[in-house]
Design a protein around this ligand. Sequence first.
Ligand code: ARG
Length: 299
Amino acid sequence: MPHVTGTPAIPAPASGATTGPATVTTLPGVRVARPRHYLMCRPTHFEVTYAINPWMDPTGEPVDTDLAMRQWEGLRDAYRALGHTVDVIEGVPGLPDMVFAANGALVVDGKVLGASFLAAERQPEGPAYLEWLRATGMFSDFGSTSTVNEGEGDFLDLDTVLLAGTGFRTSRMAHGEAQEFFGKPVISLQLVDPSYYHLDTAIAVLGDHDIAYYPGAFSPGSNAVLRRMFPDAITVDADEAATFAMNSVSDGKHVVVPVESVRFAAALRERGYDPVPVELSEFKKSGGGPKCCTLELRS
Ligand code: ARG
């Protein structure tokens, strides 16, 4: 009996595979964007008045407030142009770092873990974000930790696990508390370089199972964990990490990256991602990039 000719069929699964012919596997390199819901904080009161990480110098070149606002609007508009929803929380006078929304909470599966900051200067931000999140009426399950946890700055959500950083801000105890609250396994990673004080300055989540990272930010044991879990991950060197390349935001296909992260953008393109460069120089003066300015609300 002649075979049907014409458009080639989807290749049959390898022998022994249990999937039927109707199953279409995502090909490596074919990236799929998922619409996201983000919260950002308008930088009306953003400045550098204290130093809690090595990038911050209150006696250095001051923040250009107008430029910061334009750069922040550029990031917001880039997300909206990609089809994402961006909600905006207004900043509170006297809380210059509130613009770094990633630290405001951790929202996964519609559950909200409130942040608890290490620095006294940032402590009031936790309640400010919680108040906003409660007022949306979107969430009913709120939790907290008994020790320091700086929200999505130190917790990164993947499909089946949360990656969690410790060493400078979020405590190891809080990792365990987050695991209990979300019922999702938490992998603790030890940060060792003060310039990469939050996990989201050292790891970029690209897809549900795909990350990029800067090995120099982690202890030998944590590097071994990352190699074991993500043998094919993109890694970046010290110069590229210093562009805040790892502080990028992916929707599964488009990756919003700092404009300086040219080599990282090239590596992303090679893997089928679409880099979207943004300029955020003013926020770097406080040790922040695109991801720091963004909290994802996962329902
Ligand atoms: N100046 C802020 C701090 O040191 C920057 C926070 C950056 N946020 C982040 N998610 N990495 O706390």
